[in-house]
Design a protein around this ligand. Structure first.
Ligand SMILES: Cc1ncc(COP(=O)(O)O)c(C=O)c1O
Ligand SMILES: N[C@@H](CCCC[NH3+])C(=O)O
Length: 439
């Protein structure tokens, strides 16, 4: 068993996080329940920031809020002095509701609408990461109508195939995101933005994918971007103020995962940036990065109640929990793997291997295959580790299952930060058929 952050086993043999007994939390708030280790989120955020500081590099660490966006989380990000990456009007709205300083918000997305761009401009956010030509024209129109200008980064696809699941790869040339760096698209976009009356070109952005364990992809992306910067300096006299290398830093979900420490990613990236900037004789641009998973992933643990069991003789024991692909779609979507323990009997000896099934009407709703556990029954609770990123944020109401509550824990105290959805919430937006008129 691998316990991280403030997670430990208390004298009741229960899993404790942030000094709070998770079994007591589950009894109080119900299950499934997302529990976040706030101290661990702070530690991760600080290690990114401190590394840049130690290396004496001007930087913005923008938390990618798609990983987990709620008002309380955004407030925590603000407390830790990070910037914020949003990708939709909804994420932007959440950030504004949380009182996040708009000038530290960066807006991403491959299909931002007129309304979303207008909202961004009216709220004077810090920067738009422009993804395509359509967006350049749309953004110019929005700026003109608001009589505003806006700093932009251009998202480029550097043609890097990082080693990760195909669905979370983004830096390859054949991607829905960004301007191709090698096929002339990025050059044309730079020219267009430089000649715009409304857009100020701050620099360029690339994001090569997610859950990446090696530094090679980031270094190759930086190398390719600097090669272009050299051309743009010569051809357009353009010197970027910002170079954004995206997020994607991998975390440990199971023992198969071998991430490197946050500071090692940053050190490697900065080493490469220094080398290229020196060669080009330009000042090192401000470096921006956008970690999501590596800030919140291992800080989240989901507590479930165990329910039914089904034995397929000589083949498998299915143990069902009261959640599944509605609160964690990653196993169904990416064959993602997780580790888990019984929250109420953590150190009991392993007695069997079970496969943990969700409760949705889908055979693919399997949370964990072949998990070693003590013999568990419906009095037990399962704690699944590392569910902090893309769990709650990708949660859904399939089978009309309400989304779970979220609790923050720190220094022996708990705080409910998202309420559990009710059945009433599920039908809140439904409109009944007009009543039939009976003569
Ligand atoms: C543009 C961009 N930035 C940042 C992220 C955050 O990625 P991660 O959560 O893997 O750090 C993503 C998601 O992959 C992304 O698409
Ligand atoms: N949602 C994905 C990551 C995609 C990141 C967004 N570009 C995951 O759970 O791993």
């Amino acid at each position: 068993m691998y316990l991280h952050g403030t997670s430990k086993v208390n004298d009741k043999n229960h899993l404790e996080i942030g000094g709070v007994d998770t079994v007591e939390l589950a009894n109080k708030y119900g299950t499934p329940l997302y529990v976040y280790d706030v101290a661990l989120i702070r530690e991760r955020a600080r290690s990114f920031r401190d590394t840049f500081k130690r290396l004496n590099i001007d930087a913005q660490v923008a938390y990618a809020s798609k990983a987990f966006s709620t008002v309380a989380m955004i407030q925590l990000v603000e407390e830790e002095g990070l910037s914020l990456d949003v990708v939709s009007g909804g994420e932007l709205f959440t950030a504004l509701q949380a009182g996040f300083p708009p000038e530290r918000i960066h807006f991403h997305g491959n299909n931002k609408s007129y309304e979303e761009l207008d909202m961004a401009i009216k709220n004077k956010i810090g920067c738009i990461v422009v993804d395509n030509y359509f967006e350049i024209s749309l953004l110019e129109q929005v700026c003109m109508e608001n009589n505003e200008t806006i700093p932009v980064l251009l998202r480029v696809t550097p043609g890097i195939e990082a080693h990760t699941h195909d669905y979370i790869l983004t830096g390859q040339e054949d991607s829905k995101f960004g301007f191709g760096l090698e096929n002339g698209q990025a050059d044309k976009a730079v020219e267009q933005v430089l000649s715009s009356n409304y857009l100020t070109l701050l620099g360029i952005h690339s994001h090569i994918g997610s859950q990446i364990f090696e530094t090679t992809g980031f270094l190759m992306a930086a190398g390719k971007m600097f090669a272009k910067l050299k051309e743009w300096k010569e051809n357009f006299g353009f010197i970027p103020a910002v170079l954004n290398l995206g997020g994607g830093f991998g975390i440990r979900y199971t023992e198969e995962d071998t991430p490197i420490a946050v500071d090692k990613y940053v050190e490697a990236i900065i080493g490469e940036v220094r080398k290229h900037a020196d060669k080009l004789s330009i000042d090192i641009p401000e470096i921006w990065i956008e970690p999501g998973r590596s800030i919140v992933g291992d800080a989240g643990t989901t507590i479930y109640s165990i329910g039914s069991r089904k034995e397929v003789p000589n083949i498998r024991q299915y143990l069902a929990i009261d959640g599944g692909m509605t609160d964690n779609i990653r196993p169904a979507l990416y064959q993602a793997k997780y580790e888990a323990v019984l929250a109420n009997r953590v150190l009991d000896p392993v007695e069997e291997t079970v496969s943990v099934a969700g409760k949705c009407c889908e055979s693919g709703d399997m949370l964990i295959w072949d998990l070693p556990l003590p013999k568990a029954n419906s009095n037990d609770m399962l704690a699944v580790f590392c569910t902090g990123a893309y769990g709650y944020s990708m949660a859904n109401n399939y089978n009309r299952i309400p989304r779970p509550a979220v609790v923050f824990v720190e220094n022996g105290e708990e705080q409910l930060v998202v309420q559990r959805e009710s059945y009433e919430d599920l039908v809140r937006l439904d409109i009944p058929l007009k009543t039939k008129v009976i003569d």
